[in-house]
Ligand binder design. Structure first.
Ligand code: ADP
Length: 224
């Protein structure tokens, strides 16, 4: 009941009933315990992003339930889902998606302001988070003035801005060169372990998956 995340019987398809129908998820089940870090491994096109978007309340399933810490979020209003997403879930994409016209610190301040944190507290938290990933010297730099690894570390900090209990990551180091990917991944794991958050991290990289607590595979629309 108090699992960080519970997905049950998740079904999702596109263009249903049409000739180009695609069934992506066919009753996927997943339970993520508190503090557990789970790798989600599957070939491209298998439905990892679809599953993460449903778990992250960015998309709704055709059938099945999404529960977080005992709260069933499936049938809730858009407003309630938006609030849950802002307060409880951190999302990291393969590409950083930082706002280009804002600095690293501002990118981490903004989601906190949206959540009701004061400007001073939000700035202090941004500085602390960026310091923890070794970016104290990049606080006031814009994304275009940072390397790929620095941009992605900033995106990690943004995902953690509102101290979520669940982190969802879609190939978080997938667009970095192998050397950078390794150190940036280490940084991410250290942050996750330090905060005690639960995480579901999609990756193609089996060496990275092996460093997590457990690996789930997506096969034929089911998690195994
Ligand atoms: P992965 O992240 O594992 O690469 P995705 O979840 O992105 O896989 O996609 C799974 C399948 O669903 C793919 O065949 C993809 O083409 C299809 N798909 C994803 N989003 C849509 C959409 N909005 N409309 C139609 N098909 C989609």
């Amino acid at each position: 009941m108090n699992d960080a995340l519970h997905l049950s019987g998740i079904e999702k398809g596109y263009n249903l009933g049409r000739p180009n129908e695609i069934r992506v998820l066919n009753g996927a089940d997943l339970t993520l315990a508190r503090g557990e870090v789970c790798a989600l491994v599957a070939p491209s096109g298998a439905g990892k992003s679809t599953l993460l978007h449903i778990a992250g309340l960015l998309d709704t399933p055709d059938a099945g339930r999404v529960t977080m810490a005992g709260d069933d979020l499936t049938g809730q209003s858009d407003r309630a889902r938006t609030r849950a997403r802002r307060q409880r879930i951190g999302f990291i994409y393969q590409f950083h998606h930082l706002l280009p016209e804002f600095t690293a610190a501002e990118n981490i301040v903004l989601p906190q302001l949206a959540n009701g944190t004061s400007a001073a507290d939000a700035r202090a938290r941004a500085e602390d988070l960026l310091g923890r990933v070794g970016l104290s010297h990049r606080l006031d730099h814009r994304p275009a003035e940072m390397s790929g690894g620095e941009q992605q570390r900033t995106a990690f900090c943004r995902a953690l801005a509102n101290a979520p209990s669940l982190l969802l990551a879609d190939e978080p180091t997938g667009n970095l060169d192998p050397g950078t990917s390794d150190t940036v991944f280490e940084t991410l794991m250290a942050l996750v372990r330090e905060t005690g958050m639960s995480a579901l991290i999609a990756t193609h990289n089996l060496a990275l998956a092996a460093r997590m607590d457990r690996t789930m595979r997506l096969e034929g629309g089911l998690l195994v």
